[in-house]
Design a protein around this ligand. Structure first.
Ligand code: GLY
Length: 480
């Protein structure tokens, strides 16, 4: 937890942002912390993870808390229950709710049941109840029961109509996003720490990438690094020799010479900030000529994105510049042919990179996507594309100092997608399918760094960068 004044300041800023609503009509903003989630029976819970916006505004990293800001009076109340002797027997002594309120800088504390009563009272008085869209099912049902809004709609965002919320509050979502998107110095320090753990995780994975090793062993050793140094992984590890499957979570194969191992994994620090890196390794320690050609293109795309990322440029423009460079380079290998600008416009890069260039990162690895992907990743004057690849771009906004984003180009040869494009003529004649036949069992390559937008450009997060150039990778693998 940061110092109390950080949370007091954040809530003050949020309240000011919500003050564009006329005084007397603002209502209340409610924050639901997460509760324990049983894996199979009560008492055997998943590891507790606090709701991220609750963590951001209140700092308290424990289950069963909720909070209200009265946007008209400015009054702040933390809700939760003091432990009884049964709890103390199983969990040990706990601070009381008033001490927790003091830690987060809230003036008032009250038992949980008073939270429900406060929400119902506000509604009865015709006051607006602003809330953020909910991800977890328990809180979805709780909020739905309290507000009478259907479970489906408490997970959606809309503007408040005539003072009556019929869904999560667009006003609150926009105010929260405007703050969490721009990382504070204390947050950047924590992300740097998460990146250092990520560096150590990936180093362990690279060292484990030896012919005959089991993918699952590598995952276990790599995840052990972040469990011993931080909270755990920031998302389910992707580690596979079938790198063409973008989110491949099966780790049952044996490392086989001639193939490549794609490792996309990150750490979550003890303060819950994320890192997210991807590297792709030759299983035998050396790339084949064909692998190296594609690898070097992906590496140059990663570098190009980093060079272009700076305030004032949109990440959509950076994505498209990378798509252009990728197509030009693939054209050099004879895999596509024709005018590069036309290919970019037709979305031909989507055949090779069917995902976006990157996403926001912070307390969540895909930061705030629970609040709505387009609210988080798109400016009001931007519209999401429908093309494969560009349509999956999760961060398209005009870049500003303080944005933390991933730079993760990739090239994949997905046999089913190639067949589909070929049979449906999606490529409009730009793709050389005959040349692509030599890439049937190639797999995929992705290379990802985390970057901070600075006043005059960008900085790669973490104190050291994982080796990335093909020559560096081969050199280091030959010595490990
Ligand atoms: N690195 C995993 C993802 O961005 O989804």
């Amino acid at each position: 937890m940061f110092s109390t004044d950080v949370y007091v300041r954040r809530r003050r800023t949020l309240t000011e942002k919500m003050s564009s609503i006329p005084q007397g009509k603002r209502g209340i903003a409610i924050f639901l912390g997460n509760v324990e989630a049983p894996q199979n029976y009560r008492g055997n819970d998943y590891k507790f993870r606090q709701e991220s916006s609750f963590l951001y505004y209140w700092g308290l990293d424990e289950p069963g808390l909720a909070a209200i800001i009265d946007l008209d009076s400015g009054e702040e109340t933390l809700y939760g229950d003091n432990v009884d002797i049964d709890d103390i027997i199983w969990m040990g002594p706990q601070p009381d709710i008033m001490s927790k309120a003091e830690k987060s800088g809230a003036a008032n504390a009250a038992p949980s049941k008073e939270f429900d009563a406060a929400v119902i009272k506000a509604q009865t008085q015709g006051r607006t109840v602003h809330f953020l869209p909910v991800s977890r099912y328990y809180n979805t049902l709780k909020l739905s029961t309290l507000t009478g809004i259907s479970p489906e709609n408490v997970r959606r965002t809309r503007p408040v109509a005539q003072g009556k919320a019929s869904s999560a509050s667009e006003e609150l979502v926009k105010a929260v996003i405007s703050m969490r998107l721009i990382k504070e110095d204390c947050e950047i320090e924590e992300i740097d720490k998460a990146c250092e753990i990520g560096y150590l995780m990936h180093t362990e994975a690279r060292r484990g990438c030896k012919p005959g090793a089991r993918e699952q062993d590598i995952v276990g050793r790599m995840e052990g690094v972040t469990i011993s140094k931080g909270w755990g992984v920031s998302f389910t590890t992707i580690l596979s020799q079938n790198g063409e499957t973008l989110h491949n979570h099966s780790h049952h194969q044996i490392i086989t010479p001639g193939r490549m191992l794609l490792v996309d994994a990150g750490a979550e620090s003890n303060t819950h900030y994320a890192s997210d890196f991807t590297r792709t390794y030759p299983c035998s320690g050396r790339f084949t000529a064909q692998q190296k050609e594609i690898y070097d293109i992906v590496e140059s795309c990663n570098e190009l994105a980093f060079q272009l990322a700076r305030p004032g440029v949109t990440y959509r423009q950076v994505h498209l510049a990378v798509a252009r460079h990728m197509l030009e380079s693939l054209g050099g290998l004879g895999l596509v042919r024709g005018d590069v600008d036309e290919m970019v416009a037709e979305g031909i890069a989507g055949l090779f990179m069917p995902h976006g260039l990157g996403h926001n990162m912070g307390i969540d690895v895909h930061d705030m996507e629970d609040l709505g992907e387009d609210y988080v990743g798109y400016d009001e004057d931007q519209k999401r594309a429908s093309q494969l690849g560009l349509g999956s771009l999760r961060m398209a906004r005009k870049l500003c100092p303080g944005h933390v984003i991933t730079d993760e180009p990739g090239i994949y040869f997905v046999p089913a997608l190639i067949s589909k494009w070929k049979s449906e003529g999606t490529d409009k004649g730009f793709v050389n399918y005959q040349a692509l036949e030599a890439y049937g069992d190639f797999g995929g390559i992705r290379l990802e760094d985390d970057i901070l937008i600075t006043p005059d450009g960008a900085r790669r997060l973490g104190t050291r960068r994982l080796p990335i150039k093909s020559s560096e990778i081969e050199d280091i693998m030959s010595r490990e």
